[in-house]
Design a protein around this ligand. Sequence first.
Ligand code: ADP
Ligand code: G3P
Length: 507
Amino acid sequence: MSEHVVSGRRYVASIDQGTTSSRCIIFDHDGAVVRIAQREHRQIFPRPGWVEHDPVEIWTNVRAVCGEALAASDLTPADIAAIGITNQRETTVVWDRTTGEPVYHAIVWQDTRTDVLCRELADGAGANRYQQTTGLPLSTYFAGPKIRWILDNVEGVRERAEAGELCFGTMDCWLMWNLSGGVEGGLHLTDATNASRTLLMDLRTLDWDEEICAQMRIPMSMLPEIRSSSEIYCEVRARGVLGGVPVAGILGDQQAATFGQACLRPGEAKNTYGTGNFLLLNTGTTPVISEQGLLTTVCYQLGEQAAVYALEGSVAVTGSLIQWLRDNLGLISSAAEAEELARSVDDNGGTYFVPAFSGLFAPRWRPEARGAIVGLTRFVNKGHLARAALEATAFQTREVIDAAAAAGMHLTTLKVDGGMVVNDLLMQFQANILGVPVVRPVVNETTALGAAYAAGLAVGFWDSTEEIRENWSAGHTWHPTMPAEDREALFHDWNRAVERTYDWIEE
Ligand SMILES: Nc1ncnc2c1ncn2[C@@H]1O[C@H](COP(=O)(O)OP(=O)(O)O)[C@@H](O)[C@H]1O
Ligand SMILES: O=P(O)(O)OC[C@H](O)CO
């Protein structure tokens, strides 16, 4: 038995509440996966550009996957030293603290309904009005404007919020409140990484900014307490879910992946390929404000230690474009088939697919752009379309890495993870279009692992972040093989294609 056992407990559990599914993953002390249970939830699209989730469905799924992971591995809560929570960030839930009922569906990070509101909030000062304080541009992506939309548009909600009856939370906060007892004394708290995605938190004080909250007309009584990413918050009180186990880690999913990838020193970075793509670059204990369209975000804060910050390149649509080919066009019947189809042709046939479904995020921040396929001729077939869709992910990554380079952060290799990195064609193309090696770790479940580490460190299951570094090992590396001239020609055409999607939505 491992000597690293807390009161006979040999495992740590992680709840990974993502955009498409909720998972519970159990890890051992080496950071190896013992068991995964997963359930997808409904994606609700009430209007073009709107994306919602049902928070009650998600809580039900989280309870189910926790039970399934334990049962399938023949474990009981008494075997689990701690639980970490990691989550899709920015997705906004508002609920009644007395009844536990959400007042509206969760508004998902990809949702663009706050576009006009964001322009109004800029109030002539531009989209970067709050950047120095929050590290973020005024964008539909973030939680603050989503809260304001609910307050303004759901009947009776503003009055209830002003009377102190309602709670706001991102998914971590909603799950924490439910895990810690819900209407029977549930805790209303979040961590600094999630709070840093609201447009309401001061990056340096790690506290809510009163002036911004007033300008956005968000009552501060709705906001959760901001805590560190690694401390014992509570023991689980919800019936039937890991009862009695300490909840001891919370990290937004991209920050969790950065931690799980052992990007613990300034200059270390990872890129996660899921529904969207998220590059995070550790910048140490000082927040760096970007002039190149990158976000500044809290990367993690361990207990009483100083917060560590990151620059982030968030790309809204990557894996979800593959889902769209599958679900909306029926071009493929599974995500894996995209690779097979793309391999049926030698190149993109001159086709570029710009998936500006939610406008464009980093580094361009063009909310009024919409998707386009350009370069079509009679020559183009579905293989070219599949290839162009995969290449779009790699081109968008190149854009954010170029933005980091313009800020003086030059990457010599790229650590990758997420659902899309099983795609060999994509990863080889990524190395080619960047001109640097791309490396996937042995344990690809870095998001859940990062949250497990945060929780395990808080309860003494792991002693220090050095153990995280020791547990990380390279699985597969893709080396660039494309001549620089070809790489730049492709990227040049990609940029021309992207510019054609600008200004599609008229004022
Ligand atoms: N073989 C594949 N090739 C390309 N994309 C894939 C492949 N397998 C999965 N994906 C994409 O990866 C995404 C799922 O990745 P995951 O990391 O689980 O997402 P999330 O955490 O955002 O829910 C989906 O959008 C899916 O389309
Ligand atoms: O759930 P994912 O992996 O798509 O991540 C979503 C991000 O946290 C959005 O900022």
